[in-house]
Design a protein around this ligand. Structure first.
Ligand code: CAA
Length: 702
């Protein structure tokens, strides 16, 4: 065995050269790997004793793609295209031994090999679009030659991986093997014995020539893939490049792909998406967590309350294979809650997103009871009852008496004081907030709220539980609304003001949707139910004249057919309502507010800058430890478009100075001192500083 460099080794066994990469944790194709691979393949080709080559990896997976931390920095040669060209040009058969995941550049290098085998549990795909990129090492040219341009465009624009079985059916791999390297060696020997011709993927024309003659089906597939992706650069570039695969000669297609990649990689959208990639992984890390703190193992869970949130949370446990009991107060509520869960799963089965047997297994993991003693031997309890502090305290007092020592006691509160909840128990260290987002079984974000009492073990268990449930956990501090809802409250205040001052819900929503949110704030409010905010406002003695009046008139949003918009005959499509404008005009008159036309830029600034200002306050107070955590909260909990990077990333693009000046103007206009720039924002404005300098997901080159 020869160690080519720190990452690559080469061994020749029985005429087969084994080139093995070892670059933990994910075998990213960084510079040293690329350099080592080129040296190894050249050596294998030159070695007369070598008749075939197997390319594999050590560790958890085949190559997970290019090393994303190198993007945006000057490329060190050899690039991945050059590495792939070396393997492809080998006169000796090259077999890729895929296992774990082969993603992005990882799949692309495999596509440059003459043959590919994979273990049965392997997954492979080209997810570059999720980083605001397109596959930049031949993926858009070679994949269409294997699976056909229609399938390739769908797969590349979605960025979703496929399993080995599907890959075999589609022609991406040649065989499923029990053990990747041994299977690849056996495959290579068969190729030699049977003198199987070496047809490079680049030379396969059978699936692309017919599409060149008649591209209609491709254009339809491309259109379908691009639906709802207007304004996002990478998916359109993916389509253009896949189209090149059948319109241009291979080399020209490859060169065009490289040009498109280089354009995207320096763009703000890809920088934003790479920022979110690293920020997401950073967010669960707790800076003051001592080494050696181990999370508790979660084998059994209890959810208190079988309403929409409680049911959704119970589904998360069942989806992760953890038995879960729902505790309710009456048989009627319990039956309703369990029926809702059943129905939600049934819809997934109807849509083809879930198999019936998988649904049956999940449903069987969820039990309902009125008996609180079920809590006695559970590892985690999540309370998901009505948002009322007295009730929550009472429940936690009860949990304290029944739960075994060490059970994690979590509240799904979205705004309330977790310190106060913890203090209603004799073990405040075991209490945290676990704020799920609605629908809890779908939304990825989980705000983990540490109170001033939470023990490190409790925080570690909450983070581990979040990961177990497939969520993106972000650890935040305890304050009114935590990170997400606290910032949202600023936007809601501006929403109310804008209505009074003359803006229409549809105009404001349009500005927010144009930025990339799936919904504007009023449509969102109608979906969530306007009564929720109304109840919170009443509890706090806060007034919102227009929204309060809508609720007083029974307009709670979609569920009552009317809210800020009208929803006719059960439709979910918001239809603007002149009555709402009239109501806003009456309220404005009563309050002496002069109505005017409000420009799109003003709407934009008032929707986003007050939230950015609040983000700065949240950082000042240490409620979030990194600016990038706030971006993760907004990207995964509130629909902030990932290609806009989150509020702090976006603020850095605009510049703190511009935001400060605008806020000062709006503070003076409204008389709202809360709109005055925070000390941190002012400091950033004065020094030219950036949010990304404050606790960074720093791997994205500026
Ligand atoms: N480059 C650099 N670092 C990477 C990386 C990559 N491609 N993929 C993962 N990492 C890092 C993560 O940041 C993380 O680092 P920390 O431990 O410091 O936080 C570590 O590797 C482990 O990653 P995960 O926590 O995500 O591990 P996982 O086991 O949960 O998931 C994975 C593994 C599915 C491979 C996931 O990491 C992933 O999806 N990675 C990205 C894959 C990808 O997008 N590949 C395409 C790259 S672009 C490309 O290849 C362009 C091209 O055409 C040339």
């Amino acid at each position: 065995m020869v160690q080519i460099n720190g990452c690559i080794e080469l061994a020749v066994v029985d005429g087969v050269a084994l080139i093995l990469a070892d670059n933990p944790p994910v075998n990213a194709l960084g510079h040293a790997v690329r350099e080592g691979l080129v040296a190894a393949v050249r050596q294998a080709v030159a070695d007369a004793a070598v008749r075939a080559i197997v390319l594999g990896c050590k560790g958890r997976m085949f190559f997970a793609g290019a090393d994303i931390t190198e993007f945006g920095k000057p490329l060190k040669q050899p690039g991945l295209q050059e590495v792939i060209a070396e393997f492809e040009a080998s006169p000796k058969p090259v077999v890729a031994a895929i296992f774990g995941t082969a993603l992005g550049g990882g799949l692309e290098i495999a596509l440059g090999c003459h043959f590919r085998v994979a273990s049965a549990d392997a997954r492979m795909g080209l997810p570059e679009v999720k980083l605001g990129l397109l596959p930049g090492a031949g993926g858009t040219q070679r994949l269409p030659r294997l699976v056909g341009p229609q399938k390739a465009v769908a797969m590349i624009v979605a960025g979703a991986p496929v399993g080995a079985k599907q890959a075999l059916a589609d022609g991406i791999i040649d065989e499923i093997v029990a053990e990747p390297v041994a299977g690849a060696v056996a495959f290579a020997k068969r190729v030699l014995a049977e003198a199987v011709p070496l047809v490079k993927v680049r030379d396969r024309a059978a699936k692309i020539l017919p599409v060149r003659e008649n591209p209609a089906a491709f254009e339809a597939a491309a259109k379908a893939a691009l639906k709802k992706l207007a304004g996002v650069d990478a998916p359109a570039a993916c389509v253009e490049s896949v189209r090149n695969s059948f319109m241009l000669p291979f080399e020209a297609g490859l060169a065009a792909e490289r040009d498109l990649f280089m354009k995207l990689v320096v763009g703000d959208q890809s920088r934003a998406q790479r920022h979110i990639f690293f920020a997401e992984r950073e967010a669960a890390k707790v800076p003051d967590m001592p080494a050696g703190v181990k999370p508790a193992v979660i084998k059994k869970a209890v959810v208190i309350g079988g309403g929409t949130m409680g049911g959704g949370i119970a589904m998360c446990f069942a989806n992760a294979g953890v038995p879960v009991s729902i505790v309710e107060t009456t048989e009627e509520f319990l039956a309703k809650g369990l029926a809702r869960i059943q129905q939600t799963y049934a819809v997934s089965v109807e849509r083809g997103a879930l198999q019936q047997d998988a649904m049956d297994k999940r449903v069987a993991l969820i039990t309902g009871t009125l008996d609180w003693n079920v809590i006695a031997d559970t590892d985690i309890v999540i309370e998901a009852v009505f948002e009322e502090i007295g009730l929550k305290k009472e429940i936690f007092g009860k949990l304290d008496k029944i739960a075994k020592p060490g059970t994690l006691l979590a509240s799904n509160t979205s705004t309330l004081d977790v310190d106060a909840i913890a203090e209603s128990t004799s073990r405040p260290g075991d209490v945290v907030g676990m704020h799920f987002f609605s629908p809890a079984n779908v939304m990825k974000l989980l705000e983990i709220v540490r109170s001033s009492h939470s023990s490190m073990a409790a925080i570690a268990t909450a983070v581990a539980a979040g990961k177990l449930l497939g969520k993106i956990p972000v650890v935040v501090g305890n304050c009114d609304g935590f990170v997400g809802n606290r910032m949202l409250a600023r936007r809601s205040t501006e929403c109310e003001r804008l209505l009074l001052e003359g803006a229409k819900p549809q105009d404001v929503d349009a500005v927010v949707v144009k930025f990339g949110f799936p919904m504007g704030p009023y449509a969102m409010g109608d979906l969530a139910g306007l009564d929720v905010g109304w109840r919170i406002r009443k509890g706090r003695g806060v007034k919102a004249p227009v929204s309060d009046a809508l609720c007083e008139a029974g307009r709670f949003g979609q569920k009552t057919g009317k809210g800020y918009y009208i929803y006719e005959n059960g439709s979910r499509v918001p239809v603007p309502d002149a009555e709402v404008i009239e109501l806003a005009a009456q309220k404005a008159e009563a309050l002496g507010i002069k109505r005017r036309n409000i420009s799109e830029p003003e709407i934009f600034e008032r929707m986003f800058y007050p939230m950015i200002n609040e983000a700065a306050r949240i950082l000042e107070e240490g409620i979030a430890v990194r600016a990038s955590d706030i971006d993760v909260v907004w990207a995964y909990g509130y629909g902030w478009p990932v290609w806009q990077g989150g509020p702090c990333f976006y603020a850095d693009l605009v510049g703190a100075k511009v935001i400060c000046e605008a806020l000062e103007h709006y503070a003076a206009m409204s008389g709202d001192a809360g709109l005055q720039p925070s000390a941190l924002l002012r400091k950033l404005a004065e020094t030219g500083g950036k949010f990304s300098d404050i606790g960074v997901a720093a791997k994205v080159a500026a």
